[in-house]
Structure formats: structure tokens, C-alpha cells
Ligand binder design. Structure first.
Ligand code: ME8
Length: 647
């Protein structure tokens, strides 16, 4: 007999920046599925974590002037970091892995060695194109317009001694696995993988690097670090104790593994990952589900688009459950969805405030008003009840079918059909008229009871989506214990006949769209750069004492032993080349500046910098954004001649 066990994972996040609502989407979806499975009685292991190695992190840490470990610690465990965000969003993960955890590091070294010893990893030389932000190697044929096919950014030529994984050897079994149709979903992703990656020919994968050090060292060949995706993918196994002593539930959960991943990393999870598992002789995951992206203004989300995508801001304004609900209700899981504030507000108002919130508050208010909060036991049924009672018994099955297929938005639709049917039932039965007639008390009590039963079932099914609100609503409708279990979510007549309700706070207050949009707009604007106050006046005569002229850059090179200085030779129109040194190497590469038309102030005293003369100063525009200096050299149209004076 199959055990009722379920292992579900999110991708482990790159702590290279703060997370935005797109990342939250993936984790909330996984959390919803995990909670649903627990509700159904499964022993669930829900894993999330952080993917902390790689060149991108090393570079970001260097920019920030801290060690890579300090850099990731701040984003993962610091105030307002990833752990705080998951707590805020009520994420119920059972485990959290960091790929810098000792047990993971040791296990990855063992895994790498095992694949080396079984002949699937060999030493060679890598020559090819590398996308630093994505930590991915690409062949020429995979590039799109010469850029990374995943993120569209430029790639760099890289050549180094490296270890390779025999991915080509696994092309056939991986294709067969994909063709089963159950391993990778939604189905549309299967053709994408086969046509774009397998059919053009799978090449062996470069799985070690020597050009940077922030990674797990290959213990039998110092100088090499394990490719970050090998390190990252195996987190799913090491977090259960695979080849390490930290945990010991690998055998318990591994046969039941389900991965939820974003569409851009489906390739890693559905081709590279099963190939490596086959090489290790390990059982393959049951399912990889590739969800779509939340996009904004037609483009992928990023923090640079302003605070609108900051989950902290959104949760504070709308409440955690409203935000969780919006993400799961609005966008078909599997396709891209366009995020707008208007959509967020209207979803909350329509479904949560109007349909669900109203049903709870109207029903409990009527039971209090007509019966002092406790229903009498007498009943009087009517043919009008049949439809609603039928839905109370049948909604769970329909919901279950959709939840099992990870069609979370359709499962919610089924629950809302029940909620809407119950609201219609109030109009049909007109309790306010029944209340006027003493002889209809039993009928009125039946109507109230049916509404409470409909609410009970709807709320049980909504628990994985909006857990905190359901708990509050259960208390309001007097449902507890067995009544709020999965087993009773397709049964009518579970609440005690003389149930007592407790009208409470409004679960989902209606949001004033215009007012809220205005408030959010303030947040949407990226922080204004700090503008310095205007300096005291100078006379026009004094101003004209500055001799500022247009110059052409004849040559430019970095000054040896200086990180900052560039040495310029300029044509200032006088016929004699002029040398100026400028501390702008952080912002420009010398080769990008040769030939440019710039502005220099010429009548400054000669200055010695790193032993060389500087005769003037190049003019730039500077400002500070988010505590970081930005510099833009004043570059003019090339038609402006050298020597032209600024006045
Ligand atoms: O990919 N909408 O980490 P990551 C929906 N470390 N999902 C989005 C999104 C958006 N706008 N933006 C990001 C990595 N995501 C690797 C994973 S797993 C062994 C290693 C999703 O932090 C994205 O699709 O860049 C991915 O699934 C997840 O956030 C983590 O992205």
C-alpha cells in the first residue's frame, strides 16, 4: 500500500537582492499545496531555502565591500530578509536549507566524487559563452541574438580547465522520461524542452569553475569549485540527509518528491537534474511543475520597478491572506500573469469582501439577530435547499481534482461557486421575511443552518489558501474539531443542530480603490535621489574665470597600480595634446571612451596624481541614489568641435 507521504519543494532562492512579489508567488503556491496535502491527511515535508554560492554572489559581495558569507547572511537572516518574509507570509515550510550549511557542502563533495568515480564526470577544457547573472553556459546555437536565451543579457567568452558531466549520455532516457507526460507539467513545457534542448543535441555540461572561489571546492582537485547548479539541485536530497548525517529522512520522503519551479529553470529541473539522478542511481522525482511569471507592464519583475513589487508593502496594505489569495486566485498557475494594483484591489473587493466576507458577516449577524446567537433544534426543509445541499456535498471532489493537478485557481473557482450559491440562497429564501412570522421559526433556523454548513465546507477548502482568516471565520460560525476536517468537507449536517455563532471583526474590509491607488503610487516611485542644496551665488565675472572647453579623447588608459584613475590624452583645440587624470575607472572602461567628445575645465593648477601630471578636470554629472554614487561623464554630440568654449 502506498504511504500517505508527500515531499514538496520550492526553488532555493538566490540571496543576491531582496525578494519581490514574483518570488513570493512561487513560495505561496507551494505552501498552499503543502497545506492542502496536510489537510488531506498526508505526512508532508515542505522544503525551501537559499542557493548561496556562485560568481554573481561573489561579485555582489565585492561591490558591497563585504565577504560573500556576510553578504548572504544579511539577505537571508537579516531584518526584513528571506526568513522574515516567509514568516510574514505564513509559509509553513518544515525545513530550510542554506547551501552554505556544512552538511550540504560535505554531501555535495561526496556526490561530485561519486559521479567522477562512476565515469560521468571527466576533466576537459571549457570554451564557450557564459552568462554571469544566470550562472549558465550556453552554446553558440542556443544564444538569442548573441545574448543569453534566459535573461537576454550579454554573455562572455570563457575558457578554462574544467570538469564535465556526461549529459549527452542521458539524452535518450531523459527524453523518454519527458515523454511519459507525467514527470513534467504543464504539458506545454514538455515540447519546449524536447524541441529546444534535446533535439538540437545535448552537450556535456561544464560542472566546475576555476575563475572564482565562492563555491563548494572539489575536494580531490583544489582550485575547482562545483558549478552552482549541481550544488543547488542536490539541495533537494541533502536536506533530507542524503550522504550526510544532519538528517535521516531521505528514505522516508524521497519516493514522493514534487518540485515547483519557475518556467526559466524548468530546463535545469527536467533535463540536467534527472540526468544527474540517473548517474547517481537515484529514484527520479514524481513531478516537476513549471509555473509562469508574474509580469509587470509586460516585463519581468524586478526591484528596480519600485516598491509596488515589495511583498512587505503589499502585505502591510492589504493583509497577508488577501495577498496570498490574490496571487493564487488571479493567475492561472502555469501561465504568465500581469500584476496590477487595480486587479489586486478588485479581486479582494469582489471575492473576499463581497462574496466571502459578506456571507460570513450576514449569516452570523442574522443568527444573532433572530436567535440570540444559538440556533434552535427544530427544522423545516424545503425543495429550495436541494441545490445548495448538493453543492455542500459535491464541491470537495471537484476541488480535489483541481488541487491534485496543481490547478489552484480552478480549485478556488469551485469554492467560490459554492459561496456564490449560498449568497443567492439568502436572496431566494429571504430570511428577513421568515423572521416576521413566528410560525416559520423552524424554517428560518434551517436556512441559517444550511448557510453555516455551506460556509463551513467552503472555509475548510479555503484553509490552505488563507489559513489565518479561516481560523477566525471558523470561530465566528461556531465550527471546530471534527467539523473543520477534510473528512467532513463533503458531508452535510456536521455542525451541531444548536450551533452558537460569534459575530466578530470584518474579515476582509472593502478597499477604496481610488484612495488606495493614490497611496500605492507614493510607494511605486523609486526613492528620489538626494539633491544637494544650491550653493551660494558667485558673480558672473567669477564664473567666466572658469575656462571650460570641448575636448576630443585621443587616448585613454588605466593608470598602473591605481584602481580608480584613468589617464586621458585630449585634443583641446590648441594643437598640443593635453593630459588629464580622472578618478572614474569605477564607472567607465578606457576603451569605451576613446573618440568621445567631452568637456574639461582647463585653467586649474597642474596636479600630480600617482606621479603623473593632470592639467585640468573632466566634467561629469554626479548624484547619489540609494546611498550609491552614480557618475555620468558629460558627453557631447561629436559635431561639436574641439576647443569650443562653454559660456
Ligand atoms: O532560480 N514571477 O533562484 P531565484 C514568478 N537559485 N516567479 C518568479 C518571478 C516572477 N516575477 N521572479 C522569480 C533561482 N521567480 C535558483 C533556483 S533551485 C535548485 C535553484 C521565481 O531566486 C523563479 O522562477 O532567481 C524561480 O522559480 C524562483 O523565483 C527563485 O528564483
Amino acid at each position: 500500500m502506498e504511504e500517505k507521504r508527500f515531499y514538496i519543494t520550492t526553488p532555493i532562492y538566490y540571496p543576491s537582492d531582496k525578494l519581490h512579489i514574483g518570488h513570493t508567488y512561487c513560495t505561496v503556491a507551494t505552501d498552499t499545496i503543502a497545506r492542502y496535502k496536510r489537510l488531506c491527511g498526508y505526512d508532508v515535508m515542505f522544503l525551501t531555502g537559499t542557493d548561496e554560492h556562485g560568481q554573481k554572489i561573489e561579485e555582489k559581495a565585492k561591490e558591497a565591500g563585504v565577504s560573500p558569507q556576510e553578504f548572504v547572511d544579511k539577505i537571508v537572516t537579516g531584518k526584513g530578509g528571506i526568513l522574515d518574509l516567509w514568516k510574514l507570509m505564513n509559509i509553513s515550510n518544515d525545513r530550510f536549507i542554506r547551501t552554505t550549511d556544512d552538511y550540504h557542502v560535505v554531501a555535495i563533495q561526496r556526490i561530485f566524487k561519486k559521479m567522477y568515480e562512476n565515469g560521468d564526470i571527466y576533466k576537459g577544457a571549457y570554451k564557450g559563452m557564459y552568462c554571469t547573472p544566470c550562472e549558465s553556459f550556453w552554446t553558440e546555437s542556443q544564444l538569442v541574438n548573441g545574448c543569453c536565451p534566459d535573461c537576454g543579457r550579454p554573455v562572455k567568452y570563457a575558457e578554462e580547465e574544467a570538469y564535465f558531466f556526461r549529459l549527452s549520455k542521458y539524452a535518450k532516457p531523459v527524453q523518454e522520461l519527458l515523454e511519459t507526460g507525467t514527470f513534467l507539467q504543464p504539458a506545454s513545457r514538455v515540447n519546449e524542452m524536447i524541441n529546444n534542448f534535446i533535439k538540437p543535441g545535448l552537450e556535456d555540461l561544464c560542472v566546475s569553475r576555476t575563475s572564482f572561489s565562492w563555491g563548494i571546492p572539489v575536494d580531490f582537485d583544489p582550485g575547482h569549485v562545483v558549478y552552482v547548479w549541481v550544488d543547488a539541485l542536490f539541495n533537494y536530497a541533502t536536506a533530507l540527509g542524503f550522504l550526510n548525517d544532519r538528517y535521516d529522512d531521505f528514505d522516508k520522503y524521497w519516493p514522493y518528491v514534487h518540485h515547483i519551479v519557475g518556467k526559466e529553470i524548468v530546463r535545469f529541473h527536467s533535463i540536467i537534474w534527472p540526468a544527474m539522478l540517473m548517474s547517481m542511481g537515484m529514484k527520479l522525482p514524481n513531478k516537476v511543475y513549471g509555473h509562469g511569471w508574474l509580469i509587470i507592464d509586460g516585463g519581468k519583475m524586478s526591484k528596480s520597478k519600485g516598491n509596488v513589487v515589495d511583498p512587505y508593502v503589499l502585505a502591510e496594505k492589504f493583509g497577508v491572506d488577501a495577498l496570498r489569495f490574490f496571487l493564487m486566485r488571479t493567475f492561472p498557475f502555469g501561465s504568465d500573469g500581469n500584476f496590477t494594483n487595480e486587479l489586486l484591489i478588485s479581486t479582494i473587493n469582489t471575492d473576499l469582501a463581497n462574496d466571502l466576507g459578506n456571507l460570513v458577516s450576514r449569516t452570523t449577524a442574522m443568527v444573532e439577530k433572530y436567535f440570540g446567537g444559538t440556533l434552535p433544534a427544530e427544522r423545516e426543509t424545503d425543495a429550495l435547499d436541494e441545490d445548495l445541499l448538493g453543492m455542500i456535498k459535491s464541491t470537495r471532489d471537484k476541488y480535489e481534482e483541481q488541487m491534485e493537478a496543481f490547478q489552484l485557481h480552478v480549485a478556488l473557482e469551485e469554492v467560490f461557486k459554492l459561496i456564490q450559491r449560498a449568497n443567492k440562497y439568502i436572496d431566494e429564501t429571504a430570511p428577513w421575511i421568515l423572521a416576521k412570522d413566528e410560525s416559520r421559526k423552524a424554517r428560518l433556523a434551517t436556512v441559517m443552518y444550511n448557510l453555516l454548513e455551506a460556509l463551513r465546507v467552503a472555509l475548510v477548502l479555503l484553509t490552505p489558501f488563507i489559513p489565518e482568516s479561516c481560523e477566525k471565520a471558523f470561530a465566528q460560525i461556531g465550527a471546530q474539531g471534527e467539523a473543520v476536517t477534510w473528512d467532513k468537507a463533503n458531508v452535510y449536517g456536521v455542525l451541531p443542530a444548536t450551533v452558537t455563532v460569534h459575530k466578530g471583526e470584518t474579515l476582509f474590509p472593502r478597499i477604496d480603490m481610488a484612495k488606495m491607488l493614490q497611496e500605492l503610487e507614493k510607494h511605486d516611485k523609486p526613492a528620489a535621489p538626494a539633491v544637494k542644496p544650491v550653493l551660494p551665488d558667485v558673480s558672473i565675472d567669477d564664473f567666466y574665470k572658469n575656462d571650460m572647453r570641448v575636448c576630443k579623447i585621443l587616448s585613454c588608459e588605466a593608470v598602473k597600480k591605481s584602481e580608480k584613475l584613468l589617464k586621458f590624452t585630449l585634443d583641446d583645440g590648441s594643437g598640443t595634446p593635453r593630459q588629464i587624470l580622472s578618478g572614474i575607472h569605477k564607472f567607465y572602461e578606457p576603451e569605451d571612451l576613446v573618440g568621445k567628445t567631452v568637456v574639461a575645465i582647463l585653467n586649474l593648477p597642474t596636479r600630480k596624481m600617482m606621479g603623473q601630471d593632470s592639467n585640468g578636470m573632466l566634467l561629469s554629472a554626479v548624484r547619489e541614489v540609494d546611498g550609491k554614487e552614480e557618475l555620468h561623464l558629460l558627453i557631447l554630440d561629436d559635431s561639436v568641435p574641439a576647443g569650443a568654449q562653454l559660456c
